[in-house]
Design a protein around this ligand. Structure first.
Ligand SMILES: [Zn+2]
Length: 285
């Protein structure tokens, strides 16, 4: 595990922001940990040792800039145009045997963790061809780290994005007078503006929902998770210029934007956490 941490620290210095920022993924992982059953916790320890889930949640982003892991790039998001459904996206990749997006990647990791030989061979072959070293020397540990991460990503509305602006990366905006872009606002800026540690943040949003609501979130399908992201994404696009106070200026987000959207961010982080727990409890039951 020492090795994992040193690799992680090294890569962190060259890491650009690609998905929920580091704390977004940690918050989801922390909430997930609180909702795991004993059996799943045990499986986690066997695969990833005495680590917090929050410690491995960002590993797939850290390795992403390494040449050997380049092939995992499309696993962090999915592209769904405005007039498309998730069904259309699934159809687009149907005849393609490779893993093309976050939805397919989640399903691949799920299969690997359940012991599916074909899925395991698929990832092992990719790692071998690309000389990418599995986490902890284990394909299952690697799959677990990816699953923890990607379930988070798909809950970030701009990760179920549109091609033309690269999920909001090309839309420059001001956030409290600093230039950024819509993607990064949603990955990082809103979360960091709360000035909470990831554990404080996780504590503040956990257990706000009733058991019934948690069960309902856990019963939704991956396609529904992605659909919710699309609905939120459209709200983000539709209100973009409501926050422009100068003409013709960049959309300028500050307190009002933070106030309007922080409930959505909290909800997505919470849903990501409890759904990930539900999925893992189901896999390891
Ligand atoms: Zn990511």
């Amino acid at each position: 595990m020492k090795r994992l941490i040193s690799i992680t620290l090294f890569l962190f210095s060259t890491f650009c922001l690609y998905s929920w920022g580091a704390n977004g993924h940690r918050i989801i992982a922390q909430i997930c940990e609180w909702h795991l059953n004993e059996q799943t916790k045990q499986e986690f320890v066997e695969l990833l040792g005495n680590n917090y889930m929050a410690e491995i949640a960002n590993w797939p982003d850290y390795i992403r800039s390494e040449r050997g892991w380049k092939f995992t790039d499309p696993w962090h998001y999915t592209t769904v145009h405005m007039d498309q459904t998730i069904g259309d996206v699934r159809e687009r990749y149907e005849r393609d045997t490779s893993i093309n997006d976050a939805i397919e990647a989640i399903e691949l990791m799920e299969k690997i963790l359940k012991g599916d030989e074909e899925a395991t061979a698929y990832l092992e072959n990719l790692m071998e061809v690309n000389r990418a070293k599995p986490l902890n020397g284990s394909t299952k540990a690697t799959a677990l780290a990816f699953l923890v991460h990607i379930v988070g990503d798909i809950h970030q509305p701009m990760h179920v994005g549109k091609n033309r602006d690269l999920g909001g990366n090309k839309i420059s905006v001001l956030f409290f007078n600093e230039e950024t872009n819509v993607h990064r606002v949603w990955d990082t800026n809103i979360i960091e503006h709360e000035k909470l540690s990831y554990t404080e943040f996780a504590h503040f949003i956990n257990n706000k929902a009733s058991q019934g609501e948690i069960a309902k979130f856990q019963s939704n399908t991956i396609d529904e998770w992605a659909m919710e992201s699309i609905l939120l994404r459209e709200k983000i696009y539709n209100t973009l210029y409501d926050y422009t106070d100068r003409e013709p200026g960049l959309p300028s987000f500050s307190w009002q934007y933070q106030h309007d959207f922080i409930p959505h961010v909290r909800k997505r982080l919470f849903q990501g956490g409890v759904r990930l727990a539900g999925l893992l409890n189901e896999i390891f039951k």
